[in-house]
Design a protein around this ligand. Structure first.
Ligand SMILES: Nc1nc2c(ncn2[C@@H]2O[C@H](COP(=O)(O)OP(=O)(O)OP(=O)(O)O)[C@@H](O)[C@H]2O)c(=O)[nH]1
Ligand SMILES: [Mg+2]
Length: 269
């Protein structure tokens, strides 16, 4: 049996086995064996990654954490997707992408396997995400995960979410993927932490489409919007309505810094 086949066999066995006190030790052994085989497979694979997923949307958020803390349940709540929620640990075996729509902003959310399954690869995805959300349950501490992130040189301050607050209140940002408690607040917090701003483009004659914002990073100027549009030709000036404008329809140049919710008309030469 080749390494990939052995990995598949162990994954299948983990999927079939009920997790309880009696099988805890067996699970531990399977997990260690899996980690070893995955390391071997990585060495044999020429640059090929085990998990593959493309970045999409306006920003990418990754949920990481230990097994069975409720990453997939929270992912399903945030995105409306259906990542499998199991009655045993290590249910999620791949990185699963979904989209959280936040007022027209398309935020890609990644559900991940427990860190014990392919830690290095999961952390490499964490380093390209715009926000890392560490999920834990109220009874576990997160220092191990924080150390992993530091070791993998993942920049930025992660958002820590404590799930299962219906069972035990542990302080911090508490949600329950089971009852839905705190999920709306979590969506708000994720959006806030991404530091994005929405700009609504308005044609010269006509209204702005309020359902489809153009999304740029906080602090962006008119020229960043212009770049994102990838239009040919040269920009002449822009008209802006909203909190960055001194008055509605103010004429501004390429360096004018925008605010969330601004409406913008760009005029070309
Ligand atoms: N009481 C309670 N149980 C929860 C909550 N969220 C998830 N669960 C349960 O916790 C277990 C694990 O949930 P998952 O969402 O599969 O957890 P996970 O972190 O994705 O697990 P792995 O993929 O195995 O790493 C399941 O039995 C869920 O039903 C919650 O807020 N409260
Ligand atoms: Mg899962």
């Amino acid at each position: 049996m080749g390494v990939e086949e052995k990995i598949k066999a162990i994954e299948d066995e983990m999927g079939r086995t009920q997790y309880h006190k009696g099988t805890e030790h067996h699970f531990g052994k399977l997990r260690a064996r899996l980690a070893h085989l995955r390391k071997l497979a990585g060495q044999h694979r020429k640059g090929g990654a085990r998990f593959s997923v493309r970045k999409s949307g306006d920003a990418t958020v990754i949920l990481i954490g230990e097994n069975f803390v409720g990453k997939s349940s929270i992912f399903n709540r945030l995105t409306g997707a259906h990542s499998k929620v199991g009655d045993h640990p290590f249910t999620t075996q791949k990185i699963i992408p979904g989209i959280m729509n936040y007022g027209g902003v398309q935020i890609q959310v990644l559900d991940t396997p427990a860190l014990g399954l392919g830690e290095a690869e999961i952390l490499s995805f964490a380093s390209i995400a715009d926000l890392v959300v560490i999920v834990c349950d109220s009874s576990k501490n997160i220092s191990g995960v924080m150390r992993d992130l530091e070791r993998a040189k993942v920049a930025g301050v992660p958002l820590v979410v404590i799930n299962k607050c219906d069972v035990e209140w542990g302080g911090g940002f508490c949600v329950s993927a089971l009852t839905g408690e705190g999920i709306e607040g979590l969506k708000e917090e994720v959006y806030r932490r991404l530091r994005l701003l929405r700009v609504y483009l308005k044609p010269k004659r006509g209204e702005a489409d309020r359902n489809r914002p153009l999304v740029v990073k906080e602090g962006s100027a008119v020229k960043d919007v212009w770049e994102k549009l990838r239009l040919k030709g040269e920009m002449e000036y822009a008209l802006v309505w909203g909190s960055s404008a001194k008055f509605p329809g103010q004429k501004v140049g390429a360096d004018h810094v925008l605010k969330d919710g601004d409406v913008l008309t760009i005029t070309m030469r």
